[in-house]
Design a protein around this ligand. Structure first.
Ligand code: GCU
Length: 397
């Protein structure tokens, strides 16, 4: 209720490991003795995350995408890449894709990731239109020319292309503006009813949008839709994990500094808490999730089980050592405690049994690193993701 919400907002977040309450993690393999029993257990866990945390997609009737603009192509990066900007329509919204392809691509693997402030921030190119949608931290919430290329350091475009991958990005606000608007805007406008308490918040909506983009990628000859790695940072890392859990067509998922509601164990209550995230971002999760404010022990799952929902597909969890708000250790523990599921399925899981030293990645079917620095996406992160994706998506080429 209102009272507990007020407490949560005022309470100082804990950053002290010694003050973490004693907790027991739910067992992802409860009742499972062999690999054949995993799919049924997986369905159960997936349904619990859907009804208690992210919310279910209300109907699949509005899943159809159409191509509004086939998109112009032109050479970029000195001719070694092609920039392609198709526009697809989903539930009445135009999704502007920015696709960067290695020259003369046929069936290449790709990274698919939302961007935070518009495609024009990923690459400084005047042919990339400014988004007309709501953008956060901007005067009047409008995109402007001065931000062209402003996020380029977070996108290792050249490295991605040089390693034979395509990059597909779009602005997450094309699907749903990241503001508590009572679910009136974005694709929600096409759905007649407000979400029920077990129906989608914005993270589930963004994840659904990624699956619809994957539908589109399956119609292209340039990109191999069976080799798409879904990647996201922070709130969009929570989104990429949920997208990968829901849609087994994603070959790989990457969570960069996703923290609370993403890869971090909720029961640790360190850094950002469930109560805090539900208070500050009431539109991200479904209303049922509020039941777990200051009540994490009642969750039927914890975030190691979100990671485990990817099994046996490869999944990467990355932290930054100064990003204590996202709880690096809790993110590591989720990767570690997802490992028994991978092992049951005959995969390695995470090789590191203990939290690895800073800047020393551990990569099996689960990858993990904690890099130096703070909350961001860096070249170091991309270097690991490319190495990991090459190993898992290109080794048999
Ligand atoms: C806030 C929020 C986090 C989120 C982050 C981001 O810090 O509390 O949960 O991950 O924003 O998306 O950058």
């Amino acid at each position: 209720g209102i009272a507990s919400v007020a407490v949560a907002q005022d309470a100082k977040p804990n950053y002290d490991e010694s003050k973490i309450p004693a907790y027991t993690l739910p067992n992802p393999l409860a009742g499972v003795e062999s690999a054949v029993q995993w799919p049924a257990r997986r369905e159960q866990i997936l349904a619990q995350f859907a009804t208690e945390m992210f919310g279910k997609v209300p109907t699949d009737k509005l899943n159809a995408i159409s191509v509004k603009d086939a998109g112009a192509r032109k050479p970029v990066l000195g001719g070694k890449a092609t920039m392609w900007q198709p526009v697809i329509t989903l539930a009445g919204r135009d999704l502007h894709l920015l696709v960067l392809l290695p020259k003369e691509s046929r069936n290449v693997p790709a990274f698919l990731a939302y961007n935070f402030h518009g495609n024009h921030t990923v690459l400084d190119d005047l042919d990339i239109p400014l988004t007309k949608n709501w953008v956060r931290s901007k005067p009047e919430n409008r995109a402007s020319d001065e931000d062209r290329g402003s996020a380029a350091s977070r996108w290792a475009v050249e490295k991605i292309i040089d390693n034979g991958f395509a990059l597909v990005t779009l602005y997450y606000g094309d699907v749903d503006p990241d503001v508590d608007d009572g679910f009136e805007n974005g694709v929600h406008a096409a759905f007649p009813n407000k979400p029920a308490s077990d129906q989608w918040g914005s993270i589930a909506t963004w994840a659904w949008g990624l699956s619809r983009v994957l539908d589109f990628l399956g119609t292209t000859s340039e990109i191999d839709a069976t080799r798409v790695a879904v990647m996201g940072h922070s709130r969009l890392g929570k989104t990429s994990l949920w997208a990968g859990a829901n849609d087994p067509r994603f070959a790989l998922a990457i969570s960069n500094n996703s923290g609370c509601g993403g890869a971090a164990i909720s029961r640790r209550r360190i850094g950002e808490s469930v109560a805090r995230i539900n208070t500050v971002f009431p539109h991200w999760f479904c209303d049922n999730f509020v039941k777990y404010n200051d009540n994490e022990s009642q969750l039927p799952f914890d975030q190691h089980m979100l990671v485990a929902l990817m099994a046996p597909r490869p999944v990467y969890v990355a932290s930054a050592v100064e990003d204590t708000w996202a709880d690096p250790r809790g993110e590591f523990l989720a990767a570690k405690h997802a490992t028994p599921v991978y092992e049951l399925l005959g995969r390695e899981g995470l090789p590191a049994a203990k939290m690895p030293p800073v800047d020393e990645p551990s990569q099996g079917s689960i990858g993990y690193h904690v890099r130096s620095g703070g909350h961001s996406v860096t070249d170091f992160d991309w270097t690991q993701y490319i190495k990991f994706a090459k190993q898992h998506l290109m080794e048999n080429e």
